[in-house]
Design a protein around this ligand. Structure first.
Ligand code: CNA
Length: 399
């Protein structure tokens, strides 16, 4: 499978570089499942040591497809294990990653019936194995900014670290040099600061009705778990904060001690090699958690795919949405068209509803007659603070 996504002809932006958390994982996308050497480690995931073999090194390289790695410029002198260099664009200036999202005007949200069509399918009982693919956009209503919406706080907060591009915060070499950028993000995202919102509870509601096959999230904020979606229904593809280990020798480190150090501005260090310890959030070039490989069973089985709040920029996660059967309805709920929804004409079974995600999900719940149940669920966990018409009132923050 190609590591590159096809160029999007109608996009006004330059061809978007694609990032891969683990090219090794992508190579296995759609394959028969996890290879034996990736048996679960002590924390349910394996992190490939970069010295394993030349092949392993090659497969674990971070890719910024079609363009010079921004870090190639930004981190002169740093041993760039992961930086890749395109033979055709070596002299490009260090880019800030362009947003690969289509202009709203080009794709009409109503052109394929969007929410209403999919709600109808659900009501007809046609969708009983729903896979949800989620990104940072589902947590913005909880007060956690995403990366790509301009002018939001998360990236602004990181600006003082002079990151070459937003995702450098997840680059292991950048982390080696400047752990404080990631630790600043970690202080924001450590569970306890934010509460799940209506969108998380909508997903839980799918589960309570026996309709949720699995939710695959790129988020590391833990809000899916916090709203009550059970572990076995959840794949946190980019890891989480519940365990920690040394970024050099992978020696486990007590997660709570790491949290205390990071929250108080200290740098936790490994007692074995003195390397910097980080929470087990997946960085570029690291393998994805073992559970991620459930995708090879789940996606062929899915009878509805709901994609929410993601720019579909990070591989191998982004390509998952192309692995459902062609006849399976895919619903994109996002502010902009992304990924395969940028192509025109859309695939026959594709639906999209563009706009604020919280509003879209509330409307969908209304169409399905689920609003009262979701509100009750939220009330029972102390997360309901306002009527659905006042979208922003649902945002709750506990710190
Ligand atoms: P992203 O690249 O920032 O894209 C988010 C997408 O959601 C964009 O297309 C936005 O237009 C859209 N969006 C944001 N808010 C709304 C809204 N209210 N209504 C509708 N659409 C909205 O984030 P991705 O998840 O695609 O990128 C993957 C990275 C970002 C992951 O690896 C995460 O680890 C990382 N991240 C995680 C968090 C979190 O855990 N909450 C926050 C920020 C970044």
């Amino acid at each position: 499978m190609s590591r590159l996504r096809p160029a999007v002809e109608q996009s006004p932006h330059p061809a978007a570089p694609r990032l891969t958390r683990s090219a090794a994982s992508q190579a296995r996308l759609g394959g028969p499942g996890p290879p034996k050497e990736l048996a679960p480690g002590p924390y349910g995931k394996q992190r490939r040591k970069h010295t394993d073999s030349a092949l392993a090194q090659d497969l674990s390289q971070m890719r910024v497809s079609g363009q010079e790695s921004p870090l190639g410029h930004a981190l002169d002198g740093v041993n760039m294990r992961h930086a890749s260099r395109s033979s055709t664009q070596n002299d490009q200036p260090a880019p800030s990653l362009p947003v690969k999202e289509g202009p709203r005007a080009r794709v009409k949200s109503s052109s394929r019936g969007g929410l209403a069509s999919v709600a109808r399918l659900l009501k007809l009982g046609r969708c009983k194995n729903i896979v949800v693919v989620a990104g940072a956009g589902i947590s913005t209503a909880s007060g956690i900014p995403d990366f790509r919406t301009p002018g939001t706080g998360l990236y602004s907060n990181l600006e003082r670290y002079d990151l070459p591009y937003p995702e450098a915060v997840f680059n292991i070499d950048y982390f080696s040099e400047c752990p404080q950028a990631f630790f600043s993000l970690a202080r924001e995202l450590y569970p306890g600061h934010h509460r799940p919102n209506y969108i998380h509870y909508f997903i839980r509601s799918l589960h309570l009705r026996g309709l949720l096959l699995r939710v695959y999230t790129q988020n590391i904020d833990g809000l899916e778990k916090m709203c009550g979606i059970p572990e076995d229904k959840l794949v946190e593809a980019h890891g989480n904060f519940t365990t920690a280990s040394c970024h050099l020798c992978y020696t486990p480190y007590p997660a709570e001690d790491a949290k205390v150090a990071i929250m108080s501005g200290d740098v936790p260090t490994c007692s074995f090699c003195a390397g910097t310890v980080k929470p087990d959030v997946v960085f570029f070039g690291e393998d994805l958690p073992q559970k991620y490989f459930l995708h090879s069973e789940d996606f062929p089985k899915a009878d509805l795919l709901i994609i929410m709040g993601t720019s579909l920029q990070i591989e191998p996660f982004a390509s998952l949405v192309n692995t459902v059967r062609a006849s399976v309805p895919r619903l994109l709920l996002n502010r902009h068209a992304v990924g395969p929804f940028l192509k025109t004409p859309l695939r026959r079974a594709d639906h999209l509803e563009l706009g604020d995600l919280l509003d879209s999900v509330q409307r969908m719940a209304h169409l399905l007659g689920w609003s009262a149940e979701i509100e009750e669920l939220m009330r029972s966990q102390g997360d309901w603070v306002g009527p659905p018409t006042q979208s922003r009132a649902i945002v709750s923050r506990v710190d």
